[in-house]
Structures are given as structure tokens and as C-alpha cells.
Design a binder for this molecule. Sequence first.
Ligand code: ZN
Ligand code: ZN
Length: 828
Amino acid sequence: MEKTDATPTPTPTRSAPQADDAYHPDRVEAKWQARWADRRTNQPDLDRAERPFYNLMMFPYPSAEGLHVGNMFAFTGSDAYGRFKRLQGYDVFQPIGFDAFGIHSENYAIHVGVNPAELIPQNILNFRRQLRRIGGMFDWRHELSTTDPAYYRWTQWIFLQLLKAGKAYKKAAAVNWCPNCKTVLANEQVINGHCERCDTPVEQRTLEQWFFRITEYAGRLLADLDDRSKMDWSDSTTTAQRNWLGRSEGAEIEFPAAGAAITVFTTRPDTIFGATFMVLAPEHPLVDRLTTDDRRAAVAEYRRAAAAKDLVSRKVGDRDKTGVFTGGFARNPATGTMIPVWIADYVLMEYGTGAIMAVPGHDQRDFEFAGRYRLPIIRVVAEPDAPADAPLEAAYSDNERGRLVNSGKFDGMGVAGGKQAITRWLEESGAGKGVVQYRLHDWCISRQRYWGPPIPIIYCEDHGAVPVPEQDLPVVLPLIEDFRPDDTGVSPLARHQEWYYVPCPRCGKRSRRETDVSDTFLDSAWYYLRYPSTEFDDRPFDPARTRAWLPVATYIGGNEHAVLHLLYSRFIAMVLHDLGHLHFDEPFRKFRAHGLIVKDGAKMSKSRGNVVVPDEYIAKWGADTFRMYLMYLGPFQKGGDFRDEGISGPRRFLDKVWAMVGECVRGDMSGEITHEVLGKWHRTIRKVTQDVEGLEYNTAIAALMELVNKLREAHCYERRIVESLVLMLAPFAPHFAEECWERLGHARSVFDARWPAWDEALVVEDRVEVVVQVNGKTRSKVSVARDADEATVAAAALEDAAVRRLVGGKPIRKRIYVPNRLVNLVVG
Ligand SMILES: [Zn+2]
Ligand SMILES: [Zn+2]
């Protein structure tokens, strides 16, 4: 093992045991928290660091309840990793801040009737106290809050950069509206037609909204997920992003109709010979043109009924599909057949082209629709073993094994080959083209709320939407009393006249400010860029600092942000990179999603009354014991079950180590380092190093517990072993480790020392070959651990097939054992 050279030679500070030698976490923790602050232990030199390591954790939104145990679990896991990297010799920058704008904070403020501008600073005070108490290695010089004008000035600046680059635009759009939260929701915030926050069914409204063109980046956002040189992320997270981006390959096909063309997108161009009718959204612009006089009344009535329905319930599947025939026909470009055109409310203008080709033989919804309205069904993909004219009881869509039938010259092809061949054929005849589509939509960043950064736009009668000049940023959010949203869909800021009316930046004419604020996810999409540069007021992020510290080395957070925050952050980084502001386009080199904590096997909730309040446990047990327990109760990336009875184990363990350090300091070397202890020690170093690197903290801690038991058994308090034990505990129990390190005679912080190394030669368990005799005759050899006892060796010998054959079921009358060399079994 390499001895740390960063630490001075130890000089014991205590020669005799003190009267009260017991471990008192409260004293130890208060002492080291004060010392870390005094000595700036957690403040790396950001301009001269040699081995920068940016360790990021998802910043919390400062709720009134304070940090919950789930936050503590996540932060402790991330903090343990940062401390481990520091012990490995990195200059670790570990900042923290507050995601303090947004609807969570605002709704709570409304609930308690206090302005969020007053409420949030109080919450932040409490959060800061808790984060210090848990012993996080935070560089408090770089704390930030998204609500600080010195921060959101640059959030607004980012909006302006996107606007300049043509990546921000405004349009009237049907948007998701939560009637309870009284705000627009992004598609990502609508779960099964309900508001993600309050579970209220979401309505549709048409509002003028600001959007970011994230869809332009869909292909890149997808491709990077497979690029390990840029991204080493949890599989669960990349899978969620892949699904969210929703790439599908297909074809856009034109069906000539009424002197125009109906364009459809399909992922199954191979089934075009089976397209026997078309369905348009009732709002489709070609409906009037296609409708024949005799169908006009029926069509008009259906459209009226559809318009009265909210779009959300139209999207929800599994209900009767209704529709009405327009009287018009379109020509199937593959068959040349004229097929009827229907309208139905399950087809939406917002999705795809607002029109579909219906293939009832191979799509269940089309099959049901065709059955109901007696439309023709043609099978064009046959099951491998079924005749082409098998009865049609349901749609059949086997992509793997089917082959094309009733498809002209494409008959007999497989589905995949058929897709390609038919797409090429459509392209040659000008009837269509192969296209790639994504499920992702542009990011709506407008919020008709109060608690966010105002979008920096001024509306002039002559000049339209004029960006606020960059030198006039920030557009400060005014403190207003009537901050509650109402049903008009207009932001509360519009009620604040002095703020609302401003001169146009171009002509000076009286104009109006944009009253929407931006989405909280824009605040958090770039906070990691700001941390290293918080002291600069004239730039969002300093180029030299950014080059030295970014992209982020390791980011740990919850998977609930897999498709919102993490996707938006990647998008903003790509845009800023393309505009020349950043040298990288993927912001987080490594991302790991942490697991979730339950209590006594059940989800924690206020109504169940089983919420773990961290402060109470820390007051009783100390932060280090609490941290140890959180990291020990289950795999960090899976989570675990918090049980009150479990916490005493880690505490007893720390007490044992505390006592061992005492023995070591007193120089009580009653034990000696046996071969066995030495091997165990080196194996433990290897296991703990590898487990902590892999965030497998629970098994690392278990290995340390085993080592301590072994050392106590052997009465081994050898300094180099005890010191390495303290170092390996430091990521989990940092105050405890500091105190032990000082007791062991070190003047500098344990985090200035180096993580122990193992010797590969000593890791191998020492084994010997023992000769096995039966009745004095050598019959075999067995491999056993050196110094194994007689019973173990005899048992190993009886496992040997040759020996067992000779011994049979006969009793062993006598055993002769020469340790590490020979065992003789006498039978008969
Ligand atoms: Zn809601
Ligand atoms: Zn103007």
C-alpha cells in the first residue's frame, strides 16, 4: 500500500486515554463544520486547479417543508462520490443552489397567502442550514438561486440568444391548460391527460405562446445517446429519452383528391395496397373541398360536435370510434383505386398531418372502424403459415415474420424489405418519400404566471415583438400583491400598469411588455454553467472557467427528470455550442440516476404519517450515522427501505472504529498482522474502491464492517490499517473521519490525504495444496486456504470424487493432519 505523501509524518497528540473517550457526534460535527468554513476546506482554486472534477447534484426547489429524506439520500450519495474523488487527488468542485422559481413555490405561496418573494428566502435559509448540518462538501462561495436577478438576467439573455438564432418563435397554439393550476403545461407535464402536479384533467386552449425549436435537434439528441465518448449515462435514463424522442421511420405519401393531395405519414408504407379508405381530422383544411352536397349537412353536424369536445378526451383511446363520410374520394397511388374519405374525431390536426390512410387489415383501430361502417378490408401481409384468404377476425400486424400478399409486384417480400422497396417505388413515381419522424414537440416556454423570469420582449404597434436590448437586462420581476393567476389566461403581470407599459426600444412609442414568464425548466437548463462563474456580473459564464471545469464530470439526480430537465439542458447546451458560446455540446459526461427511499416498505406520504424528517434523526444520531445508514440501507441506484431499527447498526459500527482508533493511538499492538489479516485488508481496499466508484455504497460499507470485525478478532490495531480504514470511511462519515484523523496525529484535513491503494499480490487469497491420503496411500490433492483448520481440510478432501469413492459410506476411524501439507483419513 502506498503511503500518503500529502500528509505530514504523524505525531501522536494524545498519549493517554482521556476520561471521556466516547464518541459524541454532536461535538465532533459542530467542530468540523466550523473548521471546514474557517479553513476553506471545501473551496478549490477554480483558476489554478490541476485536476478539476465537477461533481454536480440536482439542485432542490426550496419547499417550506425543508429537505426531505429523499433529498438527503440523493445529496449524500453524490457528496460521498465527490469526497471519494477528492481523496483520489482531484480538485473537486461541488456547488449547490436553489431552483426557487416556478409553480411549486408559487402554489405554496398562494396556499399560505404569502408572497413568494417573502416566502422563498425563508425556505432557502432553512435549506442552507440543513445542507450544512448533513455535512455536504459544498463550495458555498458559489451558491446560486434562480430567483436572483443576477442569475435570471442570464436566463433572459439565453432566451435572446435563441431568439436571435431563430430557435425561439411565437405562435398561437392549442396548449395544455390546467384549470386548477391555471397555467399552460408542457406535453411532458401531462400524464395520461392529467396535470402532473395536481392530477386535474387537462383542457386545451388556444394561446399565443413562445416556443423553442427543440425538434430541430431531435436527431442529434438521439444520436448522442449512443456516443459513449460524450455520454456515460444510466441506461434507464437514456431509454426514457429515446422513448420520449420517439423516432419513427416511415413515408409521407400523397393521395390525389379533389384537385389537391391529402398527405399522410405512415410507419407502414408496406401496407399501402391495403389502404381502403382515408380518415381526416374534422378540422382538416381539405374537408370542405371534398365534401359533396348531399353529405354537407352530416359533415357540418359532426364537425360541430367534435369542436365541442375537448381535445384531451379525443386523444384518449379505447372508446367507440365515430366518423362520417364526406362523399369525396382519393386515389390510392399504389392501386389506382378511388377510396372513400371520412372524417373522425380520433384523428387530430396537432399530430402528424391530420390525415391517415386506413389499413383495416393491419391496424386494430382501422379494423374496428371498417367493421362499424362496412368498409372493405384487404389483407396485404399474410401470416407465414396461413392462406392469404384466411378469415379476417382481427387486424394482423406481425412485423417479424409476415410476407406481403395482394401487393402487386411486391408479393412475397418480407415486411422490412417491403417497406424499403415500396418507399423507393413511391419516391420514383413522385407519390411519396421516406421520412423520419419524432414524437418530440417544440418546447413551449411561456407561462401565464407570476413567479418566474419575465420573457424579455416588448410589443410595439409599429415594430411588433422587439427584444429587450441585452444591456437593459435583467427585466426585473416586480413585487406585486395580486400575484394570483386567474382564468383569463393572461399573466398577473399585465395588471401592474407601471411595469406593463414601456417605451419601444426602437422608436420610443408607448408599448407593452410581454407578461408571460418563462418555464422553470429554462432556469434549470443552464444552472450548471453558472456555478463556476457566480462572481462575474458581466457574463453568464466565464470562458476560461468554463473551459477548465466543464462539461460536468458526474451528475447525480432523480430519474423523474430524465425527459424534462435533462433533455432541455442538453438542447440548450447544443444551441449555445452552435452559437460559439460553449466548447462542448453535451453538458453531463456521466449521469447516474439514484433510487428512491420508502419507509417500512411503503411510499412516504403525509397522509400515511410515515414521512422521515431528517432533522429529528440527525439530532438523535448525528449526521454521520444518518449518512452511513442512508448509504447502507440499499443500493444507491435502486433505493431502499428506511426502518428506524436499522440505524443503530451503523452507529455501533462507528463506535467500534472510534475505539479502535483509541487503541491505535495508545500504541496497544497486542495483535500482529497475520497473512490472513493482510489479505483481508487488501481485498477490502480493492472492493471498497471499486464499489464506491460504481456507487455501490451499501456493499462498500458492508465490506468495511467485515474488515473491522476481522481486525477486532485478531486484536490488530496496526496504524497503517486503522488509517486506511478511516480514509475509506471518510466519504460516508466525513466529520467522524476528520476527528479520527486528527486523533491519529494528523494536522491537515483527512481530505488532503490520499485514498489507500491495494497490492494485487496480497489480494489473492493465499491457498495451499494439501495431499490427501486414504489409509496411508496418496489418492488426491485439494486446494485450501493457508492455515485452514483440520475439519475444513477434511471436509474438502471428502468433496473430492476419488476420495469419496474410496471412503464410500464407511466411518472415518482416525484423521491425521499435517497443517498445509497432508491429511490422512483412516477408514474401514
Ligand atoms: Zn394542475
Ligand atoms: Zn417601435
